[in-house]
Unconditional design. Sequence first.
Length: 356
Amino acid sequence: MPEGHTLHRLAQALDTAFAGTRPSAASPQGRFEDGAALLDGREVIAASAWGKHLFMEFAGDQWLNVHLGLIGKFSVASYDLERDGVPPVRGQVRLRLLTTTHVADLRGAIVSQVVTPDQVDDIVARLGPDPLRTEQDPDRAWARISKSGRSFAELLMDQSILAGVGNVYRCEVLFRHRIDPFRPGKEIRRQTWQLVWDDLVRLMPLGVAFNQIITMEDQVEKAELRVAQGRVPELAVVDTDSARRARPGPAGVLAAAVAAVVGDERAADLADESDEGDVDEIDDDEPEDETPASSRFAGVTRGPRVSGTSRRGGFRRKYAVYRRQGEPCRVCGSKIRTKVVAGRNMFWCGRCQRRR
Ligand SMILES: [Zn+2]
């Protein structure tokens, strides 16, 4: 299941591709015809994410709400109409948004619906604070955690308590602070919760920027340095399922790329690390860090803004505990253990993780 950073990155890609345009909307598969009809030809105001929920605001108070679930994909790509024509529909596309320059195809999501502003409020009200959004109140999560008899590891995965954190961030952040995953929330110290929140606020924007969960401290520091220097990941395919399966499409259509942008630093500046020939840059004239005036809820995605989804994050995939069961702990050498918690495999070091 994609974690919050993937949804925030997707929201930025959709926003870059469609904000201010009036895409046609259709349901080639036929299962979203009514929803598509409501959106067809309307101006896109903005796209944003809260936890694992994606929201795309259209003119006239129509909001597209998507939750990808386990197998959903929402790909966003630029294409050259004159050169290649409209990209062909492949597979079961529930919703296609199309302009003369961009196409977005939604497949397999567990939630795809057009909702009213009041319904948007209701959905967001059921979600906990999101470490990837500004203007969040971690005390709202603490109010629930500190009263709960459920394990801290389980609470971190409860989207109504904390939004956007999935299994990888959960396991890794618990190890980073040596926290006992099985302590009930009510036995966790307030200071421990604050450490976890602050660390997620630090780590998750790097996940957005590099399209990769980065939790090993040496890699975190390198990633932060690259952000501070305005060095962004490789030029990007705007395609949520491309990270591990990047493939050239017919005439490069679906592999059309945009430049990932950090602040106003163009990824094209990193031409030596990229193949500029494949790049189809999107104009990004908007001021950075601007909250859309029409945004239904306060706050924006933290950290550098990116406009694409990287082909790869650029860091070796390496974790402290996640999927390392039976391997030695990198700190103490004990075997990393695993157990199902909140429906997902929890990984932890029984010797190191004692803090509450
Ligand atoms: Zn250990």
